[in-house]
Design a protein around this ligand. Structure first.
Ligand SMILES: C[S@@+](CC[C@H](N)C(=O)[O-])C[C@H]1O[C@@H](n2cnc3c(N)ncnc32)[C@H](O)[C@@H]1O
Length: 368
């Protein structure tokens, strides 16, 4: 086994905090445009599918955003969800207008997320009570049946860890000279795919216990079109310039080859069929919607150095140290200047409804 650890994101590789020029707060417009493209559909689907028969003005409607980061996109998402619920209340004949529930919103992310910045910037006035729930969404975060609507955007591609075999020179999945699976042998992509399948089962297992029967889950998932291999479109090519800059540093003798070869990003993007089969395997959710988001304008520019750093600084600095990361992004800016990606990003838009307990796979519910 090569030296190096299998990186784990459960302890957290948060987006850059604060609101400085390298922060996620001011470098999250790609994610914001992605969410905007599905806003109309999200409101319509929540309106159509949320069951409010048993809710009254004394009901508290509980919403969680998993992988909320530091804002501002999470604030917009929460407002969109509340707008959809309010519309439903106002147009349902057995509810009088003014008969709205109270809202409790849980902002959830890894423990090292900059929650202070998030809470300092909560919109005022706001229509909800807010609480932070730090922890990994790959495990339980809430009591049984305590949530009505769960939202998660551009976060589920983060794996709980990188597959161990990527570091093993004797494995066909040894990922020498790459940081992800673009242009990799199939075995590398398969190792990522297997880890993703395990992680999504953990995610769905936890949510199946936390979401009340008939509750909804809205997911925006970086993905890829059906019929494509993981190595082709979507997320992997986005990180190729980072990989290429690291390779340049190795070639110039500034970074050891071993350090480069022991770094792999814990990320994976599924196709629709793959995600559908993982949801069916869990057995506790009906799929109301599973489709590709409207495409982003093509050709898509590469992320700027600031945008890339907002998402990757913490994981890169932990492995390579500050100095190498500075050198890497000096090169990165020059490498991507004026260039566009051949394939635009692909997002999957998913809405799930929690089944009634009796129609759910009992094995899933028995264990916690
Ligand atoms: C690209 S940001 C998306 C933030 C926000 N949802 C948005 O749309 O702008 C991904 C977020 O997922 C969080 N994340 C990654 N792995 C996680 C995990 N296992 N549990 C909770 N949050 C996680 C990261 O810390 C990060 O804040």
């Amino acid at each position: 086994m090569a030296e190096g650890m299998s990186l784990t994101s459960s302890e957290g590789f948060p987006m850059n905090g604060g609101d400085g020029e390298g922060s996620y707060f001011i470098n999250s417009s790609h994610q914001r445009y992605g969410a905007d493209r599905s806003k109309g559909m999200m409101v319509a689907k929540i309106f159509e599918n949320l069951s409010i028969e048993n809710m009254s003005s004394s009901t508290t409607l509980r919403i969680a955003d998993l992988g909320c980061s530091v804002g501002p996109n999470t604030f917009t998402a929460v407002e969109t969800i509340i707008e959809a619920v309010s519309q439903k209340y106002h147009t349902t004949k057995w509810h009088h207008s003014g008969d709205l529930p109270e809202y409790q919103v849980y902002f959830t992310d890894v423990v090292s997320n900059d929650f202070n910045h998030l809470f300092t910037n909560l919109p005022q006035p706001k229509q909800y009570f807010a609480a932070a729930v730090p922890g990994s969404f790959h495990g339980r975060l809430f009591p049984k049946f305590s949530l009505d609507i769960v939202y998660s955007a551009y976060a589920l591609h983060w794996l709980s860890k990188t597959p161990q075999e990527l570091l093993d020179p004797n494995s066909p999945a040894y990922n020498k000279g790459r940081i992800l699976y673009a242009n990799s042998p199939n075995e590398v992509a398969q190792a990522y795919e297997t880890q993703y399948a395990k992680d999504i089962q953990c995610f769905l297992h936890a949510r199946a216990q936390e979401i009340s029967p008939q509750g909804l889950m809205v997911l925006l998932v970086p993905g890829r079109p059906d019929g494509t291999s993981p190595q082709q479109p979507s997320i992997a090519p986005i990180f190729e310039p980072v990989e290429s800059c690291l390779a340049d540093l190795v070639n110039e003798g500034l970074l050891s080859e071993d350090k480069f070869d022991t770094f792999n990003l814990p990320m994976y993007c599924p196709c629709m069929e793959e995600l559908k089969s993982l949801i069916h395997k869990n057995g506790c959710f009906d799929i109301l919607t599973l489709e590709m988001q409207p495409p982003s304008p093509s050709p898509s520019p590469f992320h700027s150095a600031q945008e890339m750093r907002a998402g990757l600084d913490s994981i890169l600095i932990e492995h390579f140290g500050h100095q190498i990361v500075e050198q890497l992004f000096d090169r990165y800016s020059k490498k991507v200047a004026g260039r566009s990606r051949l394939a635009p990003s692909v997002g999957l838009f998913v809405i799930l409804k929690r089944r009634y307990v009796e129609s759910c796979n009992q094995n899933v519910l028995d264990s916690t």
